[in-house]
Write a protein that binds this ligand. Sequence first.
Ligand SMILES: [Zn+2]
Length: 280
Amino acid sequence: MEDRLKAFADELARDVAYVTAADERTDADSVLNTAPSAAPVFILRAKDRLAVSAIDFWLMLAESYGLPAEKLDSARRQREAFSRWVERELPMPPLLGAGERARTARDELTDAASVLSRMHPREPIFVLSPADLFAGRTVQFWAWSAMRAGTAPEKVRTALSIARAMDEFPGKRLVGRGKALVIEMQEGTEEDAVLPAPEKVKLVDKKPSASFVTAIRCKSCGYHEILVRGGRRTPEANALVQEALKENCPSCKTPHSFMLETEADQGGPARIDTSVAAGS
Ligand SMILES: [Zn+2]
């Protein structure tokens, strides 16, 4: 079995330059090695029958956000390797670490029973970490797909609560954009990520939105306004966000009180709709 997979991987690697489980473990720049050790992570592996559509979903979000071509290309290479991988099951990875908390980057690297440790070293991998702005939503999509595939509700609830823990973990940034376009940069905490109680997660058969909005929220009074629907790729959208951050809160009049939020698109008015602007 191992030899068959190695032979298959050799052939695949001749066509597609993809990231393997072994690369993720040994490359100092890998997602797992650069994530804070306590960051909750979610590993998509090629053996997982739900993984390709989850990567497609991630790509939709990343494209809508206007991620640089180089980052999109590497995700597309992973997607290609995943779709061609020979082994395919509904493996349902273990989602929790010791003590019923989200599995962390540290767990994956050190625990012999982790998803990473149990993968074939040459198996394609796609690690979702909370530093990735699209991670939480992609895990939500994975959970929705798992629910559709008939997975036990406890497992779906657990995945959704991990998605929440990822969203709440500090240090969100746009992958591949460096510090120039930081959304919210804080020091990562070294404490274990809080995992919302899975039994409190309500299961709704609704596909997560593959687009999102950029909004401002007043730190003093909670005033909330959607600035940009869709990606912020246009100079107009970027300028609008910068200007809006300088305004006083229209509700409580506090100056410099806004923080930026990126959230699922639930409809509602926005100052700029880049998806329309881009097409017109
Ligand atoms: Zn206010």
